[in-house]
Design a protein around this ligand. Structure first.
Ligand code: HEC
Ligand code: HEC
Length: 269
């Protein structure tokens, strides 16, 4: 009889010891699985669940697609509104001369005929950021890294001014329309995919989000896959990696096809 009273919830000591045991356990789990791993330099978990899985040793691709651990560090370029300002005509002229080295791949007027990205009309802050990332080895591509390494800050700004100045041979950014593919128009809230047009123009143009309409399809597919696997990680705060990670190969092909096709539609007019 007396024993039963000891293990009763009405016993203050018993209640206290159960509650403190639970609190202590939760604290230990948080410290061991979340706080300690998060102080490690290579901490890449996106949320609490990821952090717990990682600390428990669950292979990353079980929980969150394959996150490549090796590869360049993410970007350290800070985007500034200042970059958007169109510079003087002298800068455009200098940029045009420098751009003679780029026509072989990016096309005479910045419209690529190969699988290199189009640069015609690209937002200047995008060209500046990407070239700085190649220069610092934050976005990997052997040739572009070599070229960028030899560019001064001024060369980079002048090239950006020149490409921004070029007549926009491409279609204007997508406008909201019921017929757009679902991922482009509304994303997929259940998988945390935001609509492409909320950053890439259409509804909103986020600073640093490239103009992707009319880019070669293979280039778009390649970039989305690189974000998905983490091979490309120069997007600040993993903005694109978070979008691409849950996307299937087929969805990647679909959105790439959609954005690539915008070019031919525009050129017909
Ligand atoms: C031999 C071909 C080649 C030459 C020459 C070349 N590029 Fe590139 N460039 C590429 C390829 C391919 C990519 C995409 C690489 C990747 O996957 O990261 C690229 C990417 C870029 C990007 C990133 C664009 C974006 O939308 O993210 C910029 C900016 C750029 N190049 C500027 C230049 C400039 C400026 C020059 C001349 C000084 C130049 N490139 C010369 C092939 C070339
Ligand atoms: C939260 C904003 C955001 C959303 C939503 C978003 N993007 Fe992006 N995207 C960016 C930013 C910012 C970059 C530039 C990353 C960097 O700095 O290298 C980018 C880069 C890209 C690139 C690489 C282009 C290049 O030339 O380097 C592609 C392709 C792309 N996004 C496609 C998409 C598609 C398709 C969707 C919709 C499924 C999408 N993005 C949704 C912000 C976004």
């Amino acid at each position: 009889m007396r024993d039963r009273a000891v293990y009763s919830w009405r016993n203050g000591w018993f209640r206290w010891s159960v509650v403190s045991l639970v609190v202590f356990t939760v604290l230990c789990v948080l410290v061991g699985f979340v706080w300690l791993p998060s102080v490690h330099k290579d901490f890449t978990a996106q949320n609490l669940w990821d952090a717990i899985c990682r600390a428990a040793g669950v292979p990353a691709h079980w929980s969150s697609g394959s996150d490549v651990k090796t590869g360049p560090a993410s970007t350290d370029v800070v985007l500034e509104r200042r970059m958007v300002r169109m510079t003087d005509t002298a800068a455009v002229g200098r940029g045009a001369t420098l751009a003679l080295n780029c026509t072989m791949c990016h096309g005479a007027q910045g419209m690529s005929t190969s699988d290199a990205p189009n640069l015609s009309g690209q937002y200047p802050e995008v060209v500046i950021k990407q070239l700085l990332d190649y220069k610092a080895g934050r976005r990997s591509h052997t040739l572009m890294e070599t070229l960028a390494r030899n560019m001064s800050q001024r060369d980079i700004e002048d090239l950006a001014a020149y490409y921004a100045y070029l007549p926009k041979a491409r279609t204007a950014p997508t406008t909201y329309d019921e017929s757009l593919p679902a991922l482009v128009r509304v994303g997929d809230p259940l998988r945390n995919i935001a609509p492409c047009i909320s950053c890439h123009g259409g509804v909103d143009q986020k600073l640093g989000a490239p103009w992707i309409e009319g880019m070669p399809k293979d280039y778009l597919v390649e970039q989305l896959k690189a974000f998905k696997t983490g091979a490309r990680r120069n997007d600040s705060q993993g903005q694109m990696r978070n979008m691409a990670r849950p996307m299937s190969e087929q969805e990647i092909a679909e959105v790439a096809e959609f954005y690539a096709r915008k070019a031919s539609a525009g050129q017909r007019h």
